[in-house]
Design a protein around this ligand. Structure first.
Ligand SMILES: Nc1nc2c(ncn2[C@@H]2O[C@H](COP(=O)(O)OP(=O)(O)OP(=O)(O)O)[C@@H](O)[C@H]2O)c(=O)[nH]1
Ligand SMILES: [Mg+2]
Length: 312
């Protein structure tokens, strides 16, 4: 069964709806002060894990909106909240993963997605989901497995590749990830692939610095491919709370992440983290993971997301 965004956000929505119910309740009892409504809205945003800083920005905007509306009109307050939440996402208007270039030549250039992130966030699963989606669209894709640090890593990606019938380049345990990637790029060019999807390790051998290793791989790709054809996709686990924001900052500063995929939205009541991540990182959330299955992948559409967390 495909878990769509609306289903995935069930827990997040339930939590927000109970906060909204409380606000609706206070509107019913005669005189209620504007600041009381705003305090409750603030509490609601914080409990949804939108974060203090982003919540404060939203509340500042809401102050103006709420001031000008009828304080007994719950629907009007809800609409104001919806529109101020959406404003956070307006800064980023390019949400397409690997936007297809205008073709100036007959030949479509090779494009690459590099999945990065700390261990266990869902890199391997997500890269398999994305590869499967491209394959269904008729694209010629190649998976490159560069997690050579864990003996079981190859096994895991092989299972995905078999299940979805995806071509895979892997390497021996202990091999240099950047050289595996290099071989993958050569092979992709030779066999005229459309898209190369690169899975990386989330945790390396104790003596090797993860960020340095990722930088090396980023360099290998950049040597071969023009920047507009590269997506450095930062994979973030939505159940990790605000820690995720700090991790993401380190990855984006070091690697120039171009997009975010937020995984495990189905497993958290704190889906509001999406809002904090967009606001604090300034990198667009492009995709979300809504389950463990290969089809549990959706494009992130802010208006759908905001509707799914605010309305029953
Ligand atoms: N519920 C849910 N589980 C997910 C989602 N994405 C990944 N997972 C699960 O998260 C766990 C870790 O996923 P992996 O893809 O192995 O994560 P990784 O980042 O590759 O891990 P390392 O290679 O060890 O760093 C697995 O059990 C996945 O099934 C999602 O969107 N929803
Ligand atoms: Mg992995």
């Amino acid at each position: 069964m495909k878990h769509n965004l609306n289903n995935a956000l069930f827990k997040t929505r339930s939590r927000i709806l109970s906060g909204l119910k409380k606000i609706k309740g206070i509107l019913g009892v005669g005189s209620h002060l504007e600041h009381e409504i705003l305090e409750n809205l603030e509490e609601l945003l914080i409990t949804a894990d939108i974060g203090v800083r982003t919540t404060q920005k939203i509340i500042n905007n809401l102050e103006n909106s709420v001031h000008n509306i009828d304080k007994t009109d719950f629907q009007a307050i809800l609409h104001a909240l919806e529109s101020d939440l959406l404003k956070v996402f307006e800064k980023n208007n390019q949400r397409e993963i690997l936007p297809q270039q205008q073709l100036t030549e007959c030949k479509i250039p090779l494009r690459v997605i590099l999945a990065v992130g700390v261990n266990g966030v869902g890199k391997t699963t997500s890269i398999a989901k994305i590869a499967h989606r491209y394959k269904k669209q008729g694209k010629n894709v190649l998976l490159v497995a560069t997690d050579t640090f864990r003996a079981a890593a190859n096994e895991q990606i092989e299972i995905w590749a078999d299940r979805a019938n995806l071509e895979l380049i892997k390497s021996q345990y202990g091999a240099d990830p950047a050289s595996v990637l290099y071989d993958g790029m050569i092979s992709a060019k030779k066999t005229e692939k459309d898209i190369v999807l690169v899975d990386t390790a989330g945790r390396l051998h104790i003596k090797i610095n993860l960020m340095e290793e990722m930088k090396k791989m980023n360099k290998v790709i950049r040597k071969n491919i023009q920047p507009s054809n590269i997506e450095v996709l930062l994979i973030i686990d939505s159940t990790a709370g605000h820690n995720a924001v700090y991790q993401a900052k380190a990855f984006s500063e070091n690697l120039g992440a171009t997009g975010i995929m937020l995984t495990k939205l189905d497993g958290t009541a704190k889906g509001g983290i999406v809002v904090a991540i967009e606001d604090e990182l300034g990198i667009p959330v492009k995709l979300v993971g809504t389950g463990e299955g290969i089809d549990d992948l959706e494009d992130f559409v802010p208006a759908d997301f905001v509707k799914a967390i605010l309305y029953e």
